[in-house]
Design a protein. Structure first.
Length: 447
């Protein structure tokens, strides 16, 4: 069969585009992806990149033909920090790690972490003064790092929290920068930060290895946290993870599990502050249902409206800006063919802005995720956690965590936006805001 040529994205050709790409490659890639319609292609030096947005083709790539693809090589820059963890691994090693890590994310495990999330949210609120102006993104990162930290190492996180969080942040900024930016002034500043970041990576590595050794030395002391699960994990054939592999997965969970959630929450509170009716809906639900009981007693925490708001925030601002693959062999896609060696970019950000699936896609409207509307969505039309075998292992954890944080905040506090003007996006590995978002904390007097 004769295949059609994949349309070339004109925006990739001009000199001004080259400059744009040089200044901020991720922002440029995202722009091209949004301009691609169902499918489009361009060359970036020797690399052939195909952007795909049409849901049924997204499904073909990530699910039906998943074995014809591996992770896009750019993702591998993360391994400076994460080693060979799940995010960057492929093939048989990835499959083994995924099997061994999966039990840590089973429903019962996630229920056990609900109170960890609720407690951390209450502590964050208590740490703010009434009327204080906070840097929203920084506070959300602190909160989500605390939660993932306690879920991973219950016993040890308080002892290491502050320095460890700073180091994880510093290392992440560095690997995000490596993956995304190459402008000259930045190369200079990266070189300076390099030493700092590499030292931070070494400290995180040493801390995680020390914790692993301590746990191995005292196997009788069970915290029943992620670290215990990873150390005890065994397949039916008796395979388990070595200390190096556990180290890689622990750091991967920190990397994958905190900035994504923090970014979604940052955008969520920014959006909610502009829609008083949504704020009122959240406060009503929190007032009517209370908060403490079910999170503490292991019943599933369900706040349907908070969940709708979270899902809609994730539609407009999905945590990760792209899902990248490299084709191992030629893959037919409708009338087109993705040639072996091409990189494929699927951006949840552009997939979620398809007006045929989400009318008036730029509008923030949580009712899109009312059960009857959500059920009517086409498969692969909403992919904040990806789909298929490589879908996010922490998706259910993130939904639980988001719901609890949003609901706990709605019960105790209102965040009022005091940032002048509109805030745009700064796509790095996650979809960060382009500048600081400041919020004034208004605590409810009944607290
Ligand atoms: C709102 C929050 C989150 C978003 C939007 C998100 C998004 C994603 C996406 C899109 C992928 C798939 C990438 C691909 O197919 O190439 C992924 C993978 C992954 N996520 Fe998440 N994630 C979130 C939270 C979490 C959390 C809380 C954890 C862990 C505690 C986590 C751990 C991982 C891991 C380990 C992978 C790699 C899975 C594999 O390849 O087997 N994520 N995430």
């Amino acid at each position: 069969m004769a295949y059609r040529k994949i349309p070339t994205l004109g925006a990739s050709r001009s000199l001004s585009s080259l400059l744009e790409a040089f200044k901020n490659p991720s922002a440029f890639l995202l722009k091209l992806s949004c301009a691609a319609g169902d499918i489009g292609q361009f060359k970036a030096g020797p690399v052939h990149i195909v952007c795909v947005n049409r849901p049924e083709w997204v499904h073909t790539i990530l699910v039906e033909q998943a074995s014809a693809f591996r992770k896009m090589p750019a993702v591998k820059t993360l391994s400076v920090f994460t080693g060979d963890g799940l995010l960057v691994n492929d093939g048989a090693t990835w499959a083994k790690h995924r099997r061994l890590a999966a039990p840590a994310f089973h429903r019962q495990r996630i229920l056990a972490y609900q109170e960890v999330a609720a407690q951390a949210a209450r502590e964050a609120i208590a740490s703010w003064q009434n009327g204080q102006v906070i840097d929203l993104e920084r506070e959300m990162k602190r909160l989500t790092l605390t939660i993932v930290g306690r879920a991973l190492f219950t016993r040890d996180i308080n002892e290491i929290a502050d320095e460890f969080s700073r180091d994880v942040d510093c290392a992440l900024d560095y690997v995000n920068g490596l993956a995304s930016r190459v402008t000259l002034p930045l190369v200079r500043s990266l070189a300076r930060r390099n030493r700092e970041a590499l030292a931070a990576i070494a400290r995180v590595d040493a801390t995680v290895r020390r914790l692993i050794r301590a746990r191995r030395a005292q196997p009788a002391l069970h915290d029943d946290d992620f670290l215990d699960m990873l150390l005890a994990a065994q397949t039916e054939d008796g395979e388990s993870l070595s200390d190096d592999e556990v180290r890689d997965e622990v750091i991967t969970m920190f990397v994958a599990g905190h900035e994504t959630v923090a970014t979604v929450l940052t955008w969520l509170f920014y959006l909610v502050a502009r829609f008083p009716e949504v704020q009122a809906g959240l406060e009503r639900e929190a007032r009517e249902t209370g908060i403490a009981g079910d999170a503490q007693h292991g019943a599933p925490f369900q706040r349907p409206y908070a969940l709708r708001v979270y899902k809609e925030a994730m539609r407009l601002y999905p945590g990760g800006f792209t899902i990248g693959r490299e084709a191992i062999r030629d893959v037919p896609l409708g009338d087109y063919i993705i040639p072996a060696g091409a990189w494929v970019m699927i951006s949840p950000y552009s997939v979620h802005r398809n007006p045929a699936i989400f009318p008036e896609p730029e509008q923030f409207n949580p009712e899109r995720f009312a059960p009857e509307n959500e059920q009517a969505l086409p498969r692969a039309g909403y992919i904040p956690f990806g789909i298929g075998p490589r879908a996010c292992i922490g998706g259910q954890f993130a939904l639980m965590e988001g719901q609890i944080i949003v609901s706990t905040f709605a019960q105790h506090v209102r965040l009022v936006n005091v940032t002048p003007g509109e805030v745009g996006i700064n796509p790095l590995v996650t979809l960060r805001p382009s500048r600081k978002i400041e919020m004034r904390v208004e605590k409810f007097t009944s607290d």
